[in-house]
Design a protein around this ligand. Sequence first.
Ligand code: ARG
Length: 579
Amino acid sequence: MADPLHTVAATLREAFAQATGLPAADIDPVVRPSDRADAQANGALALAKQIGKNPREVAEAVVATGLLADVCSAVEVAGPGFINLTFTPEFLAEQLASAATDPRLGVRRAVPEVAVVDYSAPNVAKEMHVGHLRTTLIGDALVRMLEFVGHTVIRENHIGDWGTPFGMLIEHMVDLGGVDAELTIDLSDPSAFYRQARAKFDASDEFKDRARARVTLLQSRTDGPTMAIWHKLVDKSADYFDVVYGRLGVLLRRDDIVGESYYQPLMPQMLDRLDRAGLLAESDGAKVVWVPGFTNREGEPLPLIVQARTGGFNYATSDITCVLDRVERLHATLLVYCIGTPQSQHLQMVFKAAEMLGVLVPPVRAVHVNNGNVLGDDRKILKSRSGEPTMLLDLVDGAIARGSAVVGERNPELSASDRDDLGHVIGIGALKYAELSSDRIKDYVFDWDRMLSFDGNTAPYLQYAHARICSIFRRAEVDRASVRTVVPVLHEPQERALALQLLQFDAAVHDTLDKFSPHRLCTYLFEVAQAFTAFYEACPVLKEGYEATREGRLALCDLTARVLQQGLALLGIEAPERM
Ligand code: ARG
């Protein structure tokens, strides 16, 4: 266990038990990092109430147990009963050495679960646009973090591959010659085919009728030619999604596609189950579930419609079926949905219906990892020149081109191919980090200059801090692995501050996962890089003549670089060794 806050929490639990007579297992010492000392424990406040004592007295009694003396050089009762703790340098150095020899850098494993992460979810025959940027990147970062702490993670790309638009899309293909007709997705205009079909649909009643009949045929899943055309449409779109995912460097693959169509045949059984559970009701001719706690604007109960009057199924039907599938077929206990905020009420109702069915019950839980919008300078959803939401691929290519330009300016000696390779890493890193470092719940303003800046809370700043440490080792001609068993001596306040920061990697990862909020990890990494800069300015490394001090500082440098590299990797961002 490398995090000193955890180690000291265990000691404090024991001390509190002695001081209060309460069982250690019931005690939360509430230890947090603090500006006044290395850490502060606030547990006395709540615990004193339980036993009817004064919190200061309890805090004094905790100190008097003497149990903290091994790990703290100073322990002080402050305010109403806070306990301020200053760790001994020896204790910190030992924790640091234990993190350095751990391939996980001190990050604890979670109790392993099967987690399904639903993210990206573009639509067949349509372009991926800026709205898909956030769910794609947030989902991808969460997948990486959940895997890192030891969960079995199943990625699911819930693409829009079913529904009424497929009538007109298939019929348009039929007009062009059927399944063998040429169908290429133009990367600069992936929605072109959709628009052509739509124009026909709007212009011709005859086409409309054919399109409607085709939807029925599609839904029966029995007509070979219809299914063949549908497969081709899905397949070509999947090729296009792969291009975007590949260029963006996210983990989603073709195998991860489990689109809306997949749930279609399972829906009648699901309705049956709702019925048998007595949950199915009628309202205005439609089949609905009355989910308690949801009302419309007039304050009347809001039904969750699962079968329209016409007999058709809808999103709610498919989403409840999807919960069942994830819980019962995949045996997932954690269901993560990375979907924009507007879907919030819908999802909460779906979750509640699945709970009423007895499927979504502890230990199984579902989380809506919602997100706000990406805005342009005008504070409206980021638009392209034509006024449409910007295409995701344009953003990706813009990031790569700008990354290369920045790299070329800073390193004019690089060959064109080295410049482009590094430019890709810098550009995509900047794009991802700008997204992930913003609180997902809020809207954020898209700003190329800021995200590519080498100053501030940006990917290039963190990547540069990492590359700079790599260069220290190159200049010192020291093998990085050789300093990993060194127990550093922490004399200077900047060494100590950096050490404390590095030891909070574990807390940062778990806190990020508790809240499903990648920006928390970003904030942490930024603080690590800042602590490193302060350390590097105050504490000479290569010029240090005293061997033990120099080695200890090199060990701090190495661990900093590894925390930065691993932290960025958890966000899906590469950390090059030279920049
Ligand atoms: N396909 C929808 C869109 O592009 C998003 C669907 C979200 N739902 C889901 N289960 N992932 O807007």
